[in-house]
Design a protein around this ligand. Sequence first.
Ligand code: FAD
Length: 492
Amino acid sequence: MTERIVIVGYGMAGARLAAELHARGGDRKVTVLGAEPHRAYNRILLSTLLAGKIGEPDVELVEVAGQGADVRTGTAVTAIDRAAREVRTADGDRHGYDHLVLATGSRALVPPLPGLEPLPDRVVPFRTLDDCRRILAAARGARRALVLGGGLLGLEAARGLAARGLDVTVVHPVGHLMERQLDEPAGAVLAGTLGGLGVRTRLGVTATGVAADADGIRLDLGDGDSLTADLLVLSCGVRPDTALAAAAGLAVDRGVVVDDRMRTSDRRISAIGDCAQHNGTLTGLVAPAWAQARVVAEVLTGADPLVRYRPRPVVTRLKAAGIDLAAMGDAAGAPDGGGPVEELTFADPARGTYARLRIRDERLTGAILLGDNPAVGTVVQLFDRGAPVPSDRRSLLLGRAFGAAPAAPAASPALMPDAATVCQCNDVSKGALVACWRAGARSAAELSAATRAATGCGGCRDAVAGIAGWLAEVDPAAGHQEPSTDRVEVAG
Ligand SMILES: Cc1cc2nc3c(=O)[nH]c(=O)nc-3n(C[C@H](O)[C@H](O)[C@H](O)COP(=O)(O)OP(=O)(O)OC[C@H]3O[C@@H](n4cnc5c(N)ncnc54)[C@H](O)[C@@H]3O)c2cc1C
């Protein structure tokens, strides 16, 4: 009998799983049920859309679920009947399953403030394409905008609105910005950089209420002050969407609890992406969501029944024009675990530059690099691979060579080790791109199509183009030098 797989949620994880299942072939019926009214899209790129750098057609996912799957958009699942092995939808349909995958993602958190229930017209969270459309509609003709929340997404929204000419203020309850990724001095340097780009910050102050009328929005603050604007964007964090799982009696903590094969407490039900909690951790990022989709596809198709999900180190980057920021590991807080730790910092606030490295046993356990630092690619590689750091640390901290320190590698794909991860979202190494070239790909677009590199956040597009350019020059098919090296270099 044909196996029936039902995927609840047509977002980045659900769409990827359907594509992964299709790619593995076989006789199974895949049904994708998505609450949003449109086809799955690249949610990561909403910040770039808000900033006006791309248009709506550009947020389409490169691989949308469609081929081989029965995709129902605008179809919210309202209940799971585990005994009957079927799900019910808001329009009264029932879909039977042999295996069910929950990919319900997260919801934007709306803070419990007076004046936000119901949400006034020009007060908008920032999570979905429809949210983005509403923000853009409200921004048209607006002069001033407020953003509640100075985390990563709040700052991306603020920078995007400022780039559209709005006067923007970010209100954040903590004493410094992006406190999950940054320490206090880095937060202060970032606030200065944002100030220069037209984004004001009000830090260490809570919002106490919102009042909205035809004239605009008023945000009341805990220090007695009030701010007024034409638009208020809420960026107060997200919560995994676990309601369906909890109502069905599955084990739920902060997210739906899963094992290494992404199975929930019911072996016929898996969970992936933002809604899943693996090993006590919620991810909230696309790279783990896509890695989890791959694991479930391997398990369900029997392609690799022994496969296990293994989390990789996370690197956070801010997608905001004029701000270069990469943060990773434990650099923002106390060191993880024991053992002597080496801390290195460099700050030049006037130039918007800050760097902090934390090293233990000759390996990076965390880093913050803010502002122009040519070593960023090398630092990310060393962190990602757990590789030893160079004996002269200054090259990493300041991004240039000292004395006999080796020259910068990031500028030259030839000097990148084959194991270096080029595309974090899809976990594509330089070696995989080289292998793909050898197999016949002849341009950056063909490398992307074959490996998926640069189809997530797009942050590695230049690196993939650089590698394609280098391979074109040294193409072994033309009988020149081997396009591969295993030298580990550090930036200088
Ligand atoms: C503006 C923005 C920028 C971001 N930038 C980055 C970034 O740079 N890097 C990064 O790694 N991550 C980023 N993220 C996070 C990333 O988008 C998420 O980690 C990713 O989308 C998770 O995929 P998912 O499929 O689990 O959840 P989602 O993409 O949220 O998809 C879940 C889907 O399930 C649907 N659904 C929920 N309940 C039901 C139901 N009962 N029935 C049917 N459908 C249902 C929802 O409507 C939604 O369409 C960003 C997010 C936002 C909002």
